[in-house]
Design a protein around this ligand. Sequence first.
Ligand code: PGA
Ligand code: ZN
Length: 427
Amino acid sequence: TITAVKARQILDSRGRPTVEADVMLEGGAMGRASVPSGASTSRSEAHELRDGDAASYFGRGVSRAMANVAEEIAPLLRGRDADDQAGIDGALQALDGTPRLERLGANAVLAVSLAICRAAAEAGREPLYRRLGALAGAGDPMLPLPMVNILSGGLHAGRGMDVQDFLAVPLSAADYPTALHDIIRVRAAAEDVVDRYGAPVLLADEGGLSPGCPSAEIALGLMVEAIERAGLTPGRDIGIAIDVAATSLLGADGSYALSREGRSLDSAGMIETVAGWVGRFPIVSVEDGLHDEDWSHWPELTRRLSRIQVVGDDLFSTNPERIRRGMDLGAANSVLIKLNQNGTLTGTLDALATARAGGYSTVVSARSGETGDSFMSDLAVGAVGGQIKIGSVRNTERLEKYNQLLRIAEEPGVSYAGARFLAGRRG
Ligand code: PGA
Ligand code: ZN
């Protein structure tokens, strides 16, 4: 039984305010969780409530979200059974009364939703991933394939490159610790390669390098070089994934601005350009090659890239209705899953189940602004997300999540997904 719910303002990895919630249960169990924050966001994500008071944290304070927890959420939940995650999340959604949690704030609601799950796991003396597995009903727990940021551009690196993420995907490693080690080798080699390219090795928001290449081809070339320099084979040991984050390339006239290349493209031009990259480099996954409302062109992008994984992030915004709409159209073959795009744990589990039921793969993802909370790692294992995207192997807010997977890897009965869930008809 829930006895108290409390929220506080803490700071995320960009030094910006975010919400942390504590949930106390009768008998002494406690759960704590905090929420991340994106920079390249979609218009259809759950709403992050900010104060807008310029004098406090540049308008990014979350005191209104905290007040909503204290004045509305805590009184609603006191006395309720923490085991009833779905019932509680439904009650929170109903209390808010808007589809995108605009009134209470998805940051307030999600922090509480996740803290309740942690408290229930602690009360039941079970690891969080086990509790999540029971809620998801997805079968035996499995460590996900990591998709790891090596080079950064877009809104995570001052628009120094047009494409937001160039990631390494370990294809040949037989277990998670080996996969992580392969990635560390590539990340170290990338530092040499970027240094020799003449760019500074400063870190972007997710800990990736931002060499400021004038074209995606040059950045992809650096990726291949880094993989080879690490003693690994591109396309066999390590595949490349990209997140174009095309919503953030949208110009006022509705075209896609590749500003570093000095070109503006329509949707057909973007599809050609992305397909060209995929044809010339060992790319196994492309995320958000088109923007979040370009529904009419996503099916064509998906057909052109059908041999590989085509991930919808902003397009789906972890929203089951949008995922179903995409499936009806043949848009993408994979769904990025971000807890705070949805706003509740139950809604996020619903998005995962919806994707799986339609034969789409899933990638559980962090945000560019993160806290030390590693809830998403347990979610990826317990709900069998299959793949995970956390950012680079730098900075504690990222490493805490990779390290949580190392801890879970010690547990009996947990297997490793490897590349088996990577969508597409490769080979
Ligand atoms: P964001 O970026 O957290 O800034 O939205 C992550 C992504 O686009 O995948
Ligand atoms: Zn993305």
